[in-house]
Design a protein around this ligand. Structure first.
Ligand code: OGA
Ligand code: NI
Length: 345
């Protein structure tokens, strides 16, 4: 961590945090253009390794993070009866609580996962905030501040990724590609009497472009690296940024999505807040033309409308390989045709 500069937006890979061999580390001053460039460049050499990162000194105030985390903790502390009326499996509800699984599909072996999740649409704030829980009292106010700050961080990050990938258009991800309603999972994992029997969230890759996760002080998140699960040790006030499956597809596999899961523990409850940066539902998504070369790097995936992706994700229950299989191009198809269909903006 010695290379992190004061007041810098700095990123380190999971592996560095976990004291495994260090693979990449970068830092930047938010106000300095040169420093911005150095972070952007870091995506190049590190790009295939950087599917999840810790970001510190990110510019989102501690008061904003803690303010919302406390409000969300209060929400889960409300009496059962107050929360029960929000329990629903209806995806169309503006906000709801559900227990257990990530998708509507259960595992074949009917495992129950040790999680309550408050799921809501959190950005754009002005349009959505009247739909959020009105209790506890300050919940909406804190969520509004948090959602705006995290969205700005995501916007900045996406610009750096575009720059780091060498795209001429640094706004590549702006517009429809990241302009869907941002979803939020507020995950609450109660103390689990026997963590060997179940997990909080099963292994999955997130479906969206990017997830910005505040995991609080209690560990539980694990990421798959070279076939092994490694613990992502929380860092005070840091965010974990994970690439989702749609980022993997847009970059034609160059920025792979990270498979992750959450384990429980018997000593402490844990709460995490995941903000999921999402394309518009009617946006066409596919490998970016700037990533492709007809001979050396043909498209590996078909393009799709975002809503089709949701169906595939549900059917594959979030499993990375199974979701990607839906969209993989098997080599009988002519890459040039697929290329022509691509129209992101
Ligand atoms: C999620 C998720 C991990 C965590 O909400 O998609 O993976 O640490 N959460 O709670
Ligand atoms: Ni996830």
């Amino acid at each position: 961590m010695s290379c992190l500069r004061r007041n810098a937006l700095a990123t380190t890979s999971y592996w560095m945090i976990s004291r495994l061999p260090s693979l990449s580390s970068t830092s930047m001053e938010p106000s300095e253009k040169d420093a911005d460039k150095s972070l952007a460049r870091s995506w190049r050499p590190a790009r295939s390794l950087a599917s999840s990162r810790h970001v510190v000194n990110h510019g989102v105030g501690e008061d904003v993070i803690q303010g919302f985390r406390e409000a969300a903790t209060e929400f889960f502390r409300m009496p059962e009866e107050a929360k029960l009326k929000y329990y629903s499996i209806d995806h169309n509800k503006p906000f709801r609580i559900f227990s257990g699984s990530l998708t509507s599909h259960n595992d074949g072996n009917d495992i129950r996962y040790w999680r309550d999740c408050l799921k809501l649409r959190c950005y754009p704030v002005e349009r959505l905030m009247h739909q959020w829980p009105s209790q506890p009292e300050m919940f909406r106010e804190h969520l509004a501040k948090y959602a705006v700050a995290v969205q700005e961080l995501a916007r900045r990050f996406l610009r750096l990724i575009a720059e780091g990938l060498g795209f001429d258009n640094h706004d590549f991800f702006e517009g429809d590609l990241s302009g869907g309603e941002t979803l939020m999972n507020v995950n609450y994992y109660p103390r689990c009497p026997d963590p060997s029997l179940t997990m909080g969230i099963r292994p999955h890759s997130d479906r969206h472009l990017l997830t910005i996760l505040s995991q609080g002080e209690v560990s539980g998140l694990q990421a798959k690296y070279r076939g092994r699960w490694i613990r992502v040790q929380p860092i005070h006030n840091a965010f974990v940024i994970n690439f989702g499956l749609q980022m993997e597809i847009v970059t034609n596999g160059l920025l792979p999505s990270v498979e992750h899961r959450a384990v429980t523990n018997s000593a402490k409850a844990r709460m995490s807040v995941a903000s999921l940066i999402t394309p518009k539902m009617d946006c066409r998504v596919g490998p970016a033309p700037a990533m492709l070369d007809e001979k050396t790097n043909p498209p590996k995936f078909k393009d799709f409308v975002c809503s089709e992706f949701t169906e595939a994700y549900e059917a594959a229950a979030g499993n990375r390989e199974a979701v990607l299989d839906f969209f993989k191009i098997h080599h009988t198809q002519n890459p040039a045709c697929v290329n022509q269909q691509f129209n992101m903006h």
